[in-house]
Design a protein around this ligand. Structure first.
Ligand code: ADP
Length: 443
């Protein structure tokens, strides 16, 4: 059903108003029609009612159509407005359209079809314009909101950038402090170690057992502290991206044997067997021997530290002419898979409590991870709680000078490059041993 339209006719000529009324009725438009005879009355009713369309005679007794249109616009009354013009008023009609009239119609051409068409068109155009205006308004509001949000985001970004700079500066100062303090502490520590060693020599006179015991304790504690200081110093260097590899050709089996020999006395104290198997066609590798030794020392001292009984195996083999692997296995307390990721983070230990059983800084694996990445290698870990752990380091036989000399990658926080066993199938049991007497590595 067609909607009933509310229409206003503004014309001082009774006959003209009647013509419009009759013509609209002839067109069969359902409507409520109001009629007024001058501009002021038109303004009054338009303020009160919402009309769907107004037919306005241009020549009104109190004002012309243009003045009335201006008044309506200034009052923000928006209505489809069709101006009825006399013969020869075409120029005026153009002015009226510019001022905001929706359309115009010469009175001489008033037919029911023409009037109905102009009425429907005007209403359609007006409603479309209104919708566009609403959408435009919404767009403007959204735009303003976006601008505000953008400004807020920009402020937050600046704030975060500032915080970042402060954090970077704090991290730099911390690394600098760590490097300086550990460096400064190393000199007196070396003196303590050196003089304790001298005091233990027989040529400096006989010591009582008690004195000897005390000096040995000073020496051992000094050595432990020096190891700790070296770890902190390395960590600070890695963080500051100042650690470089010094690669050379060396015999990897010698470095492995020497690291194992150094660890043997500690293993013996805990009654642990320390077994080595080196199966290489070519013993020579091109890498930094000091850093390879450091990796071995760390893995071996962890294996001894976290194993109460059983065995520790060290195995070195080549899986291709270009790849050498070093494996350190133990029958220790093991590591739960949920901790695999964390133990490679700096200062992270499975047991972080102050009453923890095992000493250490939590830096060893973080340093190993950085070194292995600098060497272009990979770390694999396989472990099972209560059964033992296996750390496998895969290294290129020849480190490339670019990776060795390039900036240190920095301490790894997300542990990419470390490979964890998908399920904990770690099994160092005797039945799983190869003919060499070492367990099969299911890698
Ligand atoms: P630290 O040994 O100084 O605590 P690391 O970075 O070398 O630091 O090791 C981090 C943690 O990983 C250790 O505290 C321990 O919880 C775990 N972990 C490392 N190696 C072993 C291992 N062989 N067996 C069991 N746990 C280990």
């Amino acid at each position: 059903m067609e909607e009933t339209l509310k229409i206003l006719v503004v014309d001082n000529d009774e006959t003209d108003r009647m013509t419009v009324r009759v013509t609209l009725n002839q067109a069969g438009i359902p409507m409520i029609l109001h009629e007024v005879s001058d501009g002021n009355k038109a303004l009054c009713v338009m303020k009160k009612h919402n009309y769907d369309c107004v037919f306005l005679d241009y020549h009104l007794p109190d004002q012309d159509g243009l003045t009335l249109i201006h008044k309506l616009r200034s009052l923000e009354i928006k209505i489809p407005l069709v101006v009825l013009t006399a013969q020869g008023d075409e120029k005026i009609a153009v002015e009226l359209m510019k001022a905001g009239a929706t359309d115009y119609l010469p009175k001489s051409k008033l037919t029911s079809e023409g009037l109905a068409r102009i009425l429907r068109n005007s209403i359609r155009v007006y409603r479309a314009e209104m919708q566009v205006a609403i959408v435009n308004q919404q767009l403007r509001e959204t735009n303003e909101q976006l601008i505000r949000k953008n400004q807020e985001l920009e402020k937050q970004r600046e704030h975060i950038q500032l915080q970042n700079l402060k954090l970077l500066e704090a991290a730099r100062i911390k690394s600098q402090f760590l490097a300086t303090i550990s460096h400064e502490l190393r000199t007196p520590m070396n003196a303590i170690i050196g003089f304790s060693q001298i005091l233990l020599r027989p040529k400096f006179g006989e010591l009582t057992n008690q004195q000897k015991d005390m000096i040995e304790r000073i020496l051992n504690n000094g050595k432990n502290l020096l190891l700790l200081l070296n770890e902190v110093l390395d960590f600070a260097k890695i963080e500051a991206k100042r650690l470089e590899l010094k690669p050379e050709v060396f015999d990897v089996s010698k470095v492995v044997h020497s690291a194992v020999a150094e660890m043997r006395s500690l293993a013996e104290i805990k009654k642990l067997s320390l077994l080595v198997n080196i199966d290489l066609q070519n013993n020579k590798i091109f890498n930094d021997p000091v850093r390879v030794r450091q990796i071995l020392n760390n893995l071996l001292s962890n294996a001894v530290k976290f194993t109460e009984s059983g065995e520790i195996w060290v195995e070195v083999k080549e899986i291709s002419t270009n790849l050498v692997i070093i494996i350190v296995r133990d029958t220790g307390i093991g590591i739960s898979p949920r901790d695999y990721k964390h133990i490679f983070e700096a200062f992270r230990q499975v047991d972080q409590g102050i009453t923890r059983k095992y000493s250490g800084t939590g830096l060893g694996l973080a340093i190993i991870d950085s070194l292995v990445r600098m060497m272009g290698g990979k770390i694999f870990i396989e472990s099972q709680l209560g059964v033992g752990s296996m750390f496998k380091i895969e290294l290129p036989r020849k480190v490339t000078l670019t990776s060795a000399m390039m900036d240190t990658p920095g301490i790894n926080l997300d542990n990419d490059g470390i490979f964890y066993a998908k399920n904990s199938s770690y099994n160092p049991s005797v039945s799983n041993k190869t003919s060499m007497g070492y367990p099969n590595l299911k890698l």
